[in-house]
Design a protein. Structure first.
Length: 593
């Protein structure tokens, strides 16, 4: 057992700083009180600690525990005074913005991108020897973007040197200035071919704050992302955070290194996947960006869709998805011009909340498309290593479309977790379940959950100090289980039987047919387990193979057990009248509105 009994954790977001208090109750840890305050990284305060103190003061008032002595956090805890440790994450000031470079875009370029994303960064651009841009365009691009940090990789050990050095020369010629702190040099991490190290040091050593670490792709068959991710975290604290207003004091207060918010969410998702031995997909949809995290076969991936969000980036969702794709989820007749106006209003006033049922339905239709597009982007990056075994000729290696196999296998997915305002604060939990099912279209048997009050970042940084405390709170207070979705995969005509089912508890049992295009909901609470037997029709698969019977035990949730016979992808009627009738039936089945 660890000696931590009382923990205070904060997450400094771009708009709000959230504090939570975690206390040991007997053998388990529980989240007991929370407070929030506006983030104060920008003018007029320009000191992030003000927002942190305000959020902690709210926790003090609610809990009756004295945590602050003036502007100092009292440690360790004694009785009702003080805490044992303070931990924090941050994405204030725009989070960690990076540029990455690799020799071949589809190989080392992508490895560098995966490395930076996994460390919690937003990747602004990927430079590569074969990206089709002229040298002057690359130099201009680096100058223009002003990243917080650059990750340079390329070449397997003993491989190409000239291409790597050429990329280093572009960075040197651009001589970029970082966003914060004008008087210091830009951090550059070199994680490429070891043979090129002396030349890269000669080019960049005196112009940038260069850190050399192990190669990301020492051989084609293997990625080695850990060491470079660790360096990114360290430099984030030393350089980026230390330059942001008020962070030096915050770093002194914290009992563990401050992590970028998305990096912390990734840590808790990895911890849960490892401890339970399951495959997990998590999504965090915010106002400006949508982050998707996945763990399949113990491989962790994260992507950031920096242009898909529900307030600042809502117009981008319209531009990328197109009007027709958003309109298909709106359960009433709506004029196209009206939809455009609603979206632009939300962009102009990003903090507004829907007041009418129609506004809520439109917002949730847009959320489905934002989530779907973010997941499409995630699947494109979460792939096996490119350039391995499958490559036959040199031209394949330089072919932009030469892709590895996607690691995302929806049939193998055990848990789908949603977080972010539109999911966590949906008026009815069934609405969150419907958005997740429509956007991600899980296959086979998948548990659905939402993050109750967005505390995954706090728990991610806590997991680096005390894994038990983090997982206790994650399972008991953070996740709200919505239920289990059972979705046979196949195609058929509406109304045909796609599966028969039997579900039973000691108290009740249900049996019946699931028809194509139908949604059924059975009552099953979070503390109940039911045995389930599903026999799919010919050509349909529910996880045991086409036409093969599946016997399993399913857990319930706030919404219950959902049987989804809509096929994959979900088939919507092509006529407006037919589509509205379908949506009406699905909304009734789940009692959405």
């Amino acid at each position: 057992m660890s000696d931590l009994n009382v923990i205070i954790a904060t997450d400094c977001g771009s708009t709000t700083t959230k504090a939570i208090l975690i206390e040991r109750k007997g053998e388990v840890y529980r989240q007991t009180f929370r407070g929030e305050a506006p983030t104060t990284v920008e003018a007029p305060f320009e000191d992030v600690t003000r927002g942190v103190l305000n959020a902690i003061q709210e926790v003090e008032e609610l809990s009756g525990r004295q945590i602050l002595d003036g502007e100092r956090i009292i440690t360790p805890a004694e009785g009702t005074r003080g805490v044992d440790i303070y931990v924090s994450t941050s994405s204030a000031g725009g989070g960690l913005q990076m540029m990455v470079a690799g020799v071949v875009q589809a190989m080392t370029g992508e490895s560098a991108q995966r490395c930076a994303l996994g460390a919690g960064a937003i990747v602004m651009d990927v430079l590569a020897a074969n990206d089709g841009r002229q040298p002057h365009q690359k130099i201009e691009r680096i100058r223009q973007l002003r990243p917080d940090m650059v990750l340079l990789s390329g070449g397997t050990d003993g491989g190409t040197v000239s291409h790597v050095v050429e990329l280093a020369e572009f960075i040197a010629a651009a001589d970029p200035k970082p966003r914060f702190g004008t008087g210091f040099q830009l951090p550059v991490i070199y994680a490429g071919n070891q043979s090129a190290r002396p030349e890269v040091e000669a080019v960049l050593g005196h112009r940038t704050a260069l850190t050399v670490t192990e190669n990301l792709r020492p051989v084609l068959e293997r990625e080695n992302l850990g060491p470079a991710r660790q360096v990114i975290h360290d430099l984030f604290l030393e350089h980026v955070m230390a330059q942001a207003p008020g962070y030096r004091r915050l770093i002194e207060w914290a009992g563990a290194p401050i992590m970028p918010t998305p990096g912390a969410v990734g840590t808790i998702i990895q911890t849960i996947a490892q401890r339970q031995g399951i495959s997990v997909v998590g999504v965090d949809i915010g106002g400006a960006t949508t982050d998707v995290f996945s763990v399949f076969s113990e491989v962790f991936n994260r992507t950031v869709s920096a242009n898909l969000g529900m307030s600042y980036s809502i117009s981008n969702v319209l531009a990328e998805a197109g009007l027709a794709n958003i309109m298909r989820w709106v359960p009433f007749a709506l004029d196209e011009a009206d939809l455009r106006d609603r979206i632009k209003n939300k962009m102009i006033r990003p903090t507004t909340v829907p007041q009418l049922l129609e506004e809520l339905q439109v917002e949730q239709a847009i959320a489905r498309e934002a989530l779907r597009l973010a997941f499409v982007q995630h699947r494109q990056l979460a792939v096996g290593l490119k350039g391995v075994q499958s490559e036959r000729t040199l031209s394949d290696v330089f072919d932009q479309s030469a892709t590895g196999e996607s690691l995302i296998r929806m049939m193998a997915l055990d848990l789908l977790v949603g977080s972010g305002g539109v999911l966590s604060h949906a008026p009815r939990r069934a609405q969150a379940a419907a958005m997740l099912m429509d956007a991600f279209q899980p296959e086979g048997v998948t548990r659905l959950a939402v993050d109750s009050i967005f505390m995954m970042p706090h728990l991610g940084v806590l997991a680096t100090v005390d894994e038990k405390a983090a997982t206790d709170v994650f399972e008991r207070d953070c996740l709200i289980y919505l239920g289990t979705c059972v979705a046979p995969v196949g195609k058929g005509k509406p109304g045909e039987v796609c599966a028969t089912y039997e579900a039973g508890l000691p108290a009740w049992s249900r049996a019946g047919q699931l028809r194509v295009g139908e949604l059924l909901r059975l009552p099953l609470t979070a503390d109940q387990e039911a045995r389930l037997v599903v026999k799919p029709a010919r050509g349909w698969d529910v996880g045991a193979g086409r036409g093969q019977e599946l016997q399993t035990v399913v857990r319930g949730g706030v919404v219950g057990l959902i049987l989804d016979g809509r096929g994959r992808p979900v088939q919507l009627d092509e006529t407006d009248a037919g589509r509205l009738a379908q949506l009406e039936a699905w909304n009734r089945a789940l009692e959405l509105y």
